[in-house]
Design a protein around this ligand. Sequence first.
Ligand code: ADE
Ligand code: ZN
Length: 328
Amino acid sequence: MINTHNIPKAELHLHLEGSMKPTLVRHLAKRNGLIAPENIFAPDETYIWKDFLDFLKVYDQATLMLKTTQDYRDMTYAYLEESAQVNTLYAELIYSTDHALLCGVSIEDSLNGVIQGIEDAKRDFGIEARILLAFVRHFGVDSCVNVAKWAAANPHPLITGVNLAGDEIHFPAEQFSVAFRIAADAGLGCTAHAGEMMGPESVWQAIDTLPINRVGHGVRSIEDNKLIEALMKRNITLEVCPGSNIALQVYADFTQHPLRRLKDLGVTVTLSSDDPPFFATSLANEYDNAVRYFQFNEKELLEMTRNSLKAAFVDENTRQKLLARVAV
Ligand code: ADE
Ligand code: ZN
């Protein structure tokens, strides 16, 4: 099997709060004088949860240990350090201001930590990263509109996009069109989870009602030929996270997962890790699995990295510099 270690990688879909390993969560709890939620930790640096909605609750419990700017900085730096070690050139970090507020940390204090983590990691490892603000569906339409308005009023060069996350089952995409309009008008890149827990109709709704040119997951688009055509015609990039999909039982195993079929049909696919310790994965593991289970060759892996960089919410100058590092 090809060794993917030296393949340059890029990640478009990573939930920052979902990147914390139990060891880090325990460390933050201790530092903040809190009791760590031991019942959600599995022995192998992963988490215990039952299904998608339970996963979202466990995710919130881990997140609640974040209390200071330093915590946000350390979380960001830990993820970027590990990513750089496996030749990740670029990462987009989905960061939830609403979760920060739930933790009792202001947007400014948490964001300053994330920014510091990005700057420190760039200085130490050369890795580039950008921030996407989360619109969390189950926190409601008003929260998402508030996030969008905050983003429009507080531009920052490292905040380059928004991503609709959370409970796709009970909160359909079109409800969030106003929040997306505000974000798009402020010049932010827009993407949305869809076709993860729900079928093709959810992807149609997202691409027809939101100003997006990427879809988080989108894998269940494979069930609808017309949707596949629409994704290609509209140049929509899928942020595919196979390890997450299998952990969440969207597919029973890798043989059922449509990554290879989507690619062969001509859909623009990329690889990401979503919430790595929750799904016992990492970006390096996703590249390995693309070889092991989907027979991607080196050229195809490089093509996926280039697809990520082409669809990245980053300035053109940085994009071209990064693309120049991924020779085909
Ligand atoms: N928030 C964190 N991870 C998520 C996922 N995989 N889907 C939807 N919302 C999320
Ligand atoms: Zn996600």
